[in-house]
Design a protein around this ligand. Structure first.
Ligand code: 15L
Length: 263
């Protein structure tokens, strides 16, 4: 099996690259920029811009599956979000269709549902509630995944990633943290499960506090093994007096609180 990973120079790509050989598949890596830590020996790299439709055709050629981690990964101008996360993601999906790609993992984000309060428990059927233009673009990407599945049979996973970093950076991430290893375990299942469909999966480790329920995707056989528990002492609870602060009230945290980026 040949698998393309886009966004391979980004934060998650950088965490995952040293482990990808464990998947036992042939990998092609791509990003608009060279990896800051340099190419590792044996890695197959193609530097390409998702906004360049022609380049996407060459990039996906010969691949069976795609892990789409490419795109703008935080809030930005409507223009940039639109050209990269909307048009660029479309370019990738349509090139994948023409090349006969069978599966695409779409790296969605918790910011597609970021305006739900932290008291709300969400499962795969929860309504989208984006907290930013970035979150809106992730809703669009999830829509593309569904469209290409129903229309063309390309299976996919719409993975609403929480916070995939080495460790949680604040109190919120105690609930949203996902280890790179749990991401790798999920990727393995998404590539290898016999029947995938196009489910929503919440990309989160087995943390003590959880806002998201993955019971509807138990059929994937994905069991997150890590937990943010070991950092509990570093991130004490927020004072009760601050619960009206949108950054504390909503799942999207700072994205929900921030002003409109284009103002
Ligand atoms: C995301 O979608 C971002 O890509 C990442 O940088 C974090 O902000 C993460 O969400 C989060 O919500 O912690």
């Amino acid at each position: 099996m040949k698998v393309l990973m886009t966004g391979a120079s980004g934060g998650i790509g950088t965490l995952l690259r040293p482990m990808l050989h464990e998947l036992g598949v042939e990998m092609r890596l791509s990003d608009i920029a060279e990896p800051e830590n340099g190419r590792a020996e044996g890695e197959d790299w193609v530097i390409a811009d998702m906004c360049d439709a022609e380049a996407m055709h060459g990039l996906v050629d010969g691949c069976d599956a795609i892990l789409n981690f490419g795109g703008i990964s935080t809030e930005n101008t409507a223009e940039l979000i639109h050209s990269v996360n909307v048009i660029g993601t479309y370019n990738l999906y349509d090139a994948a269709r023409k090349a006969g790609v069978k599966r695409i993992l779409f790296a969605s984000s918790n910011h597609a549902i970021g305006f739900h309060t932290r008291e709300t428990r969400l499962d795969a059927e929860a309504p989208v509630l984006p907290d930013s233009l970035y979150g809106v673009s992730k809703v669009y990407g999830e829509g593309l995944a569904l469209y290409y599945w129903k229309k063309f049979g390309i299976e996919g996973a719409r993975v609403r990633i929480g916070s995939c970093f080495e460790k949680p950076k604040d109190r919120r991430m105690m609930a949203t943290w996902m280890s790179a290893r749990d991401m790798l375990r999920l990727i393995d299942r998404v590539l290898k499960v016999p029947r995938l469909g196009c489910p929503v999966v919440y990309g989160v480790s087995a943390n003590d506090e959880l806002w998201w329920d993955n019971s509807k995707v138990a059929y994937l056989g994905w069991q997150p093994q890590d937990s943010s528990r070991q950092w509990a002492g570093e991130h004490p609870d927020e004072p009760a007096v601050e619960v009206d602060d949108p950054a504390i009230k909503y799942q999207g945290g700072g994205f929900a609180k921030a002003g409109h980026f284009d103002d």
